[in-house]
Design a protein around this ligand. Sequence first.
Ligand code: PLP
Length: 394
Amino acid sequence: MTEKNWKPRTRLIHHGARRSQYGEVSEALFLTQGFVYDSAEAAEARFVEQGDDEFIYARYGNPTTRMFEDRMAEIEGCEDAFATASGMAAVSGALMAILQAGDHLVSSRALFGSCSYVVSEVLPKFGVETTMVDGMDLDAWKSAIRPDTKAVFLESISNPTLEVIDLKAVCDLAHAVGAIVVVDNAMCTPVFSYAKEAGADLIIYSTTKHVDGQGRCLGGIIAGDRDLIRGPIEMYVKHTGGAISPFNAWLQLKSLETLDLRVRQQAATALTLCDALEGHRALNFVRYPTHKAHPQYDLAISQAEAGGTVITIDLKGGKDAAFKFLNALDVFTISNNFADAKSIATHPCTTTHKNVPVEKRAEVGLTDGLVRLSMGLEDPEDILADVLGALDAI
Ligand SMILES: *Cc1c(COP(=O)(O)O)cnc(C)c1O
């Protein structure tokens, strides 16, 4: 069987492996900054042109990192990928690499806090004009995208409000004016993503999230066509210092072997929990993109196999009820991360989204009663009992 016929789960385990002369089974960790040349002439030659298996310096590339990049590109259906120190190194690196002073960027408004900072504070400082729109409103995209728009940025599923953006429609609008579409796909997961099929040009993951999946180390990836990845993206990231540590790349490469199993289990738990919570007397709503009760269910299911591993609930009693609920949880830990093997509960308004101005919160659906629940890998029955029990306690 040739690799091109392999199913995605098989590729997640084998694709891109590079064996050393020792023939190791498990991918090796090359914890090295530099590389040795056989002669002065060989060193000179390497700086003229690098072969596929030739490296210069770990900030530019490393065999372990390259295995991680190749495997991530493969599962996303992209030609190539560049790994970064964190999800934010990927987001800021991609945008800084493709934009310059005088350019125009259109971005959705419901963004992860640090993404929002980059779009609304960092880019304008360097002369990039940015327009932010309600991502769910196609007419708003239509009127914001201009003939001179250079790039479009969005989160396919927003964190934490779980708004879904019509990827194909926005890509078509952007491509009509020749703009590059950059998608932060962190909430969706690489396993469920159809972002490439929808037309996204650069697909970004905080691999800190589902790829690591066990709450250990930071990482990020930018995937896309080779001319972009090995062109402006690589140039910018390798020279500005955003490279991933080979150790983190190794850990996350090995984590890809279990990614599919983990996120499918977590997505199934999310659906079970939504079914159990729908119509609960203490809640205004329960939300998960590919659960029937989500207002954008049809769109969500058309552009991702499942809606990620996070659900949100909106408690009728606002912040008081949310805090009582959080404090009554046992299986869930209170933290600000998500996509861990451990179930995690977050109150965004007082933590991750504390810096969103109060008057802007309503615009993006950030209410005081909103709690984000990240499904872990504990027994789904324990997760369900924990949430129902904590709701009874308020
Ligand atoms: C977590 C997250 C990021 C940032 O990732 P880091 O690895 O923490 O830098 C960016 N975008 C989204 C949507 C995220 O959830």
